[in-house]
Design a protein around this ligand. Sequence first.
Ligand code: NAD
Length: 256
Amino acid sequence: MAGQRSNAGRFDGRVALITGGTRGIGLATGRTLADRGAQVVLMGRHAGEGSGADTPEGVAFVKGDVRHTEDAAAAVQATLELHGRLDVLVNSAGIIYRNRTVEEHSEEEWDATFETNVRGTFLMCRAALPTLRRTRGTIVNVASYVGLVGFRGAAAYAASKAAVVNLTRTMALDHAAEGLRVNCVCPGSVDTDMIRRAWEATGDVEEAAREWAAKHPLGRIASAEEVARAVAFLASDDASFLTGVALPVDGGITAG
Ligand code: NAD
């Protein structure tokens, strides 16, 4: 608007809580939001990179497991005690079991996948909603492109990410009238521990890296920072009219 200073992409005065925040996409998102002025709280089960002495200014760590109701509530409470408000919730905690069709999955693996990826997202959203409502805040879930299309060999994971995509859309509708926006990113392969573990399991890391890159039309996998920037966009005022969006950040995989 004429005469108004642009606050594009900035988070000054805002507070973000990020699950799975001590590694990978969650940690990169914490750094990106902190660089853009946010006060950031990283939630993780173990003290990790994001909780150490190298933690950037404006970033705090709270210990917790997204599968547990009381940990979800405690993380929100700790954020409020530290910073007095919550504007952005990013649900990045997630796990995967690979090389398993439905017949090859144990029930324990199936339940563990849904407990972290779906129940964890549900519990965190539910715990954060009362305070997000007060700030007209926003939620960004980290789903996956395999929540948008079928994916061979990770049945529980793909089903859980599809659940996250449709939870996102449904929450967007349920809470739009309250001024809350709920979106998700759907990354392709991202260079984090999650992918490195898969490459190592093949026994030939270099060949696996080449194969994974070739699956993406852009010819490479993403960095965690590239996904973090997409999360930051959805969480920012630049995305003020976006809600219920499942944004592929996948180098073109789902375009075909
Ligand atoms: P990562 O393994 O590096 O990080 C996952 C983080 O989640 C870790 O810090 C882990 O400790 C945490 N976590 C797991 N279970 C938890 C629990 N119960 N409570 C709290 N924290 C828990 O992986 P990443 O690549 O950064 O993955 C982040 C998200 O991105 C996940 O939801 C993943 O499914 C999704 N994703 C990753 C890729 C990829 O290729 N790396 C692609 C698409 C989507």
